[in-house]
Design a protein around this ligand. Structure first.
Ligand code: ADP
Ligand code: MG
Length: 336
């Protein structure tokens, strides 16, 4: 039990931010639209995530802490068309094997809540107070794996990683209210954002006012593909290399094909030697992307990369060509 889980933990649990990411994805999979994240000491001491999702019935609590107990996938064929974020059934047992984990939940419609903790290879379940939804508390990450613990950086660095992860998620799910507290202090309080105006307010809180104020809205749909979001314009002066957020089917990803296409459009139309800032959402038929490239799931593989590349560079070019240089803008616009 424990050893296999600790080995698996090596794949998904690198640091506090990756733990929090797995837990948040579970909350989203459970349909939560309010999530509270409490962190102490950069996440090394405590990561506590409370959601208002469907919860876990008592008889499934212990199961959730056991390996490959995913409730999300019935067959290999389903793996091909994965809709939920988590599908491996190993995050919770892996995290539990390298921390002191408590899983507390009240299933929707139930009157009682229960709490599960690991005691070695046994799992103890007892009554606990909790509203509908789930709280996962992870204490003392890597307390029993000194080699791993050694790789953790300072509180500040770990917290920075965690905050960045929450930021990415907050831009993926405007419909979900999120709060983040570090050492008892609220750092993010984001109400659900449905209207464009509310979304932009959230964006401003996450990225600073400058980006949104000078961003160009993108909203293109053609031949079964779409790209939406914001592209920063030249008056926006913050270093742009670190403000590139790309989502494919709701998932934040790194993808060289798409990144290249976006940059090409920007550099061809506006500035040859600058990097664009953007928050862009690409949606494609799920059958056209492979998300199972790595357990951490940062990468996608497009079945037809060329199609995506052409779609992005062509349509973003059109959007950017509509931009008129204004007096405040830098004068490096390419002569037409
Ligand atoms: P996976 O997400 O791949 O299914 P996990 O180890 O992350 O595997 O979670 C195991 C199971 O525990 C999930 O399939 C789900 O049934 C349950 N679970 C975990 N977190 C939550 C949550 N926040 N709300 C409801 N159910 C949860
Ligand atoms: Mg999961």
């Amino acid at each position: 039990g424990q050893l296999v889980n600790q080995i698996a933990a090596g794949e998904v649990v690198e640091r506090p931010a990756s733990v929090a990411k797995e837990l948040l994805e579970n909350s989203l999979d459970a349909g939560a639209d309010r999530i509270e994240i409490d962190v102490e000491a950069g996440g090394a001491r405590v990561i506590r995530i409370r959601d208002n999702g469907v919860g876990i019935p008592r008889e499934e609590l212990a199961l959730a802490l056991q390996r490959h107990a995913t409730s999300k996938i019935g067959s290999l064929a389903e793996l091909e068309r994965v809709a939920s974020l988590g599908f491996r059934g190993e995050a919770l047992p892996s995290i539990a094997s390298v921390s002191r984990l408590t899983l507390t939940s009240r299933a929707r419609g139930e009157t009682h809540a229960w709490s599960a903790t690991c005691q070695g290879d046994d799992i103890d379940v007892s009554p606990a107070p909790h509203p509908e939804g789930t709280t996962v508390e992870v204490r003392d990450l890597f307390f029993n794996t000194p080699a791993r613990r050694k790789f953790m950086r300072t509180e500040r660095t770990e917290y920075t990683h965690l905050l960045e992860m929450v930021r990415r998620l907050a831009m993926a799910r405007f419909d979900v209210g999120l709060t983040l507290r570090h050492n008892g202090r609220a750092t993010l309080q984001l109400p659900p954002a449905a209207l464009q105006e509310e979304r932009e307010r959230r964006l401003a809180r996450l990225l600073g006012d400058g980006f949104v104020e000078h961003a160009l809205g993108v909203d293109v749909e053609a031949s079964g593909l779409s790209v939406r979001g914001w592209m920063g314009l030249p008056t926006f002066s913050r270093s742009q290399a670190d403000l590139q957020y790309l989502y494919v089917n709701g998932r934040m990803v790194r993808d060289r094909t798409a990144v290249h296409a976006i940059r090409r459009a920007y550099q061809d139309v506006l500035f040859k030697d600058r990097y664009p800032a953007y928050v862009l959402y690409i949606d494609v038929d799920p059958a056209q992307v492979d998300v199972n490239v790595h357990p951490a799931k940062h990468e996608v593989r497009f079945r037809d990369g060329r199609l995506i590349h052409d779609f992005l560079s062509r349509h973003l070019r059109q959007v950017l060509e509509g931009v008129r240089p204004e007096p405040g803008m830098e004068s490096a616009l390419r002569p037409q």
